[in-house]
Write a protein of this length. Structure first.
Length: 435
């Protein structure tokens, strides 16, 4: 985790103290279930809770023990015994390290997902507000980076809203898929521990029992989780790149908010750069990169190995922390985005009406011209305008072939900007509902 791109709420999920607290809760809940089943004394289970429930675990001490044992869970259990005393001999009975590690990881991932879902809600709220604000603000749509036909800026934001709505649905599903618990013992057979212990721990930790584990929880669940984060990051980049393009000097239809005292360049005092959206592009690349090792972690040897462990120690915190930061930055960027309708109109007019070429093409075919001839008539008048030689409407009115099919009034009718926006309300209802 890089402090520069870390928010404390998400970072706290991955702190050692939090991890050890979750480990303790897993062990203590398992002890409760063991006590109910008569496997360990009930007084022992109560003592485990009483002596360690509010304990602050000594991270340095656990690290010291691990340097000798070379085993993190044993180091924790040794330190826990120092706190609990003789009753600690009833901790971890019938369990294996993966029961603790995997269940803890899934608790952390579900908590991280809850924060990320909240982040997405903030992004969606910002997009919806600005989309309705500019629902009918005309701007040019571009394909291949070239002027195509008119859209509204509200539609641009509505596209993003729909995409992030899908992102939220995927993350909710990924959270559900990863929210499983395994307390099944060595090689997952429950030979040394009753399945009812797993059921108890799962319920207590807000998870569901893993239907079948092989000592480890199947990593296809985690692969889907991190792949989902990667897809969300791609959506972050898509919107960020749109803003970067719109802020280019030659375009300047939208711009990141530039605060009082902000500096854009160490050399050029006039600069106002799209640094937030550029930063989001870079962060998105990192989140996507974490999806690959998660998918490679699916293939483990036989019932288990630990080739996944080192990767997950990095990708778990890094992917969630980075995406959390990126989503919150994106929400703030959209909330404060500066939007310039006058520049949008100026750019719409730059090609002298060429953005209405399809309407002319259709109008000619509806008046009897073949599509091939209609295309030829429109294109031969468009190309001079493209080169800056004249006005599209004027040239069309002088074209004898065009005039055989369309009157001056009918030609002028095809240049109505509002025509392109007649279904904006329909699109908005599809995206936002009836609100």
């Amino acid at each position: 985790m890089i402090p520069r791109y870390t928010r404390p709420e998400m970072a706290s999920i991955w702190e050692p103290q939090t991890r050890f607290k979750i480990w303790f809760e897993i062990e203590a809940h398992a002890a409760d279930a063991q006590a109910e089943l008569g496997v360990i004394p009930k007084e022992a289970a109560k003592a485990i809770w009483a002596k360690a429930r509010d304990a602050t675990f000594d991270v340095a001490r656990i690290d010291e023990i691990e340097r000798e044992t070379k085993h993190d869970v044993i180091a924790f259990l040794t330190h826990l015994a120092e706190i609990v005393g003789p009753e600690a001999r009833f901790v971890h009975q019938g369990m294996t390290s993966s029961d603790v590690l995997d269940t803890c990881l899934n608790v952390q991932l579900t908590r991280a997902a809850d924060l990320l879902i909240s982040d997405l809600d903030k992004v969606l709220a910002a997009l919806k507000k600005r989309a309705f604000e500019h629902k009918m603000t005309p701007t040019i749509g571009r394909s291949h980076g070239i002027h195509a036909e008119p859209v509204t800026f509200g539609l641009k934001l509505a596209y993003a809203y729909a995409e992030f709505s899908r992102a939220r649905e995927r993350l909710v599903a990924a959270r559900k898929e990863v929210a499983t618990c395994a307390i099944s013992g060595a090689v997952g057979t429950f030979a040394q521990i009753d399945p009812r212990v797993e059921e108890h721990v799962a319920k207590a930790m807000g998870l569901v029992p893993e239907p079948i584990s092989t000592q480890v929880i199947p990593r296809d669940r985690h692969a889907m989780y991190f792949a989902t984060l990667g897809v969300i990051a791609s959506s972050v980049e898509r919107l960020s790149m749109e803003i970067r393009h719109l802020q280019r000097t030659e375009v300047l239809e939208a711009e990141e908010f530039f605060s009082e005292g902000q500096k854009g360049s160490s050399a050029m005092p006039h600069k106002r750069n799209p640094v937030l959206s550029e930063n989001l592009t870079g962060l998105s690349r990192m989140v996507r990169a974490y999806a690959m090792p998660a998918m490679e972690n699916v293939a483990l040897w036989h019932e288990r190995d630990i080739s996944h462990s080192s990767a997950e120690r990095m990708i778990g915190p890094d992917a969630t922390v980075t995406l959390d930061f990126a989503l919150m930055r994106l929400a703030g960027l959209i909330e404060k985005l500066l939007i310039y309708p006058a520049n949008m109109q100026k750019n719409l007019d730059r090609l002298g009406g060429l953005v209405h070429s399809q309407r002319l093409l259709i109008a000619l075919t509806q008046k009897g011209a073949s599509r091939e001839d209609a295309y030829k008539y429109v294109q031969r008048n468009a190309m001079p305008v493209w080169r800056g030689e004249g006005d599209f409407q004027t040239l069309l009115k002088k074209d004898a072939d065009v005039k055989k099919h369309l009157s001056d009034a009918e030609i002028e009718e095809q240049f109505d900007l509002g025509y392109h926006f007649k279904h904006v309300d329909t699109i908005f209802r599809r995206v936002f509902g009836e609100s």
